[in-house]
Design a protein around this ligand. Structure first.
Ligand SMILES: O=C(O)C(=O)C[C@]1(C(=O)O)C=C[C@@H](O)C=C1
Length: 273
């Protein structure tokens, strides 16, 4: 059977990249939603006094995320969704059959995503202080985290497409444990540069207030506090440049190491032609 029939049609490199482009919108809008509330750092403190009776040793966010993931549980049976918390109950809804495209793996970088979110992202998109909108802020945190996690773990699909284009090259690097070599082979600087430019334009356009009184006024990049812009454009671009793209690459490299080591040359199901 031709490799590019069936499930592979769904996951060609251009299609997977289109999904990443669509997820840019999801991430930017989720950040805009979060940015309307103050930093509210107390929701990130483990065992914070005002929530401790309910959350125990967890932070309000961790507790909220865990409860949310328990309800959303079937979504984590999908190969492009990864839970941050555990243990989760069995899904109430019946199991779904997903197309088999990825090589079996248990790569999950959600702990790194959470750390980066708390240490760098929230403060970059919110104003400092506490407005007591803890539930609203946390609900938006969950949405941002889920969107980032999906985007970053989508690196597995990109990696699988790339592997199928050059299986023996990746397999040789994987067997030599040459992680830097894999990173260099999968990197496409032109795609990254185009992405970052597009992202800046999107953050600038999507973040404008568009109120009557504001129409016609110039929006100056870097002056998001001018209240015409609801999110700092440069923070969104930096988020991708410093964290989202590098973490996607971490997922891709980890995936390709396993994929390459376990590749059996001559297995037609793994080949392009
Ligand atoms: O589109 C690709 O080829 C990817 O590997 C994804 C991605 C990204 O995270 O956006 C990561 C690495 C490449 O250098 C370019 C872009």
């Amino acid at each position: 059977m031709n490799f590019f029939s069936s499930e592979a049609d769904l996951f060609s490199l251009p299609r997977v990249r289109n999904t990443l482009i669509r997820l840019e919108d999801t991430i930017i809008f989720a950040l805009i939603e979060r940015a309307q509330f103050a930093h509210n750092s107390v929701i990130y403190e483990p065992a914070a006094q005002q929530f401790k009776d309910v959350t125990g040793e967890k932070s309000f966010l961790e507790f909220f995320l865990w409860e949310t993931e328990k309800v959303h549980v079937r979504r984590y049976t999908s190969p492009d969704e990864y839970a941050f918390t555990s243990p989760l109950p069995m899904p109430i809804l019946p199991a779904l059959a997903y197309p088999q495209f990825l090589h079996p793996n248990d790569i999950n970088v959600n702990p790194q995503i959470m750390r980066i979110y708390l240490e760098h992202i929230v403060a970059a998109v919110t104003r400092p202080g506490d407005d007591q909108n803890y539930g609203s802020a946390t609900t938006r945190d969950v949405e941002v985290l889920q969107a980032l996690s999906k985007r970053i773990h989508y690196g597995k699909y990109i990696a699988e497409c790339k592997f199928r284009e050059s299986p023996s090259a990746y397999a040789a690097l994987a067997r030599a444990n040459d992680l830097a070599g894999i990173d260099a082979l999968l990197t496409n600087k032109a795609v990254e540069a185009t992405l970052l430019k597009r992202l800046g334009r999107k953050a600038l356009i999507y973040g404008q207030s568009l109120d009557d009184v504001d129409v016609g006024k110039d929006v100056v990049e870097g002056e998001y506090q001018s209240k015409l812009l609801r999110i700092p454009v440069e923070a969104v671009v930096e988020l991708y440049e410093k964290w989202v793209i590098p973490l996607t690459k971490v997922v891709e490299v980890e995936y390709l190491v396993k994929r390459g080591r376990e590749w059996v040359e001559g297995d037609e199901s793994q080949r392009k032609e």
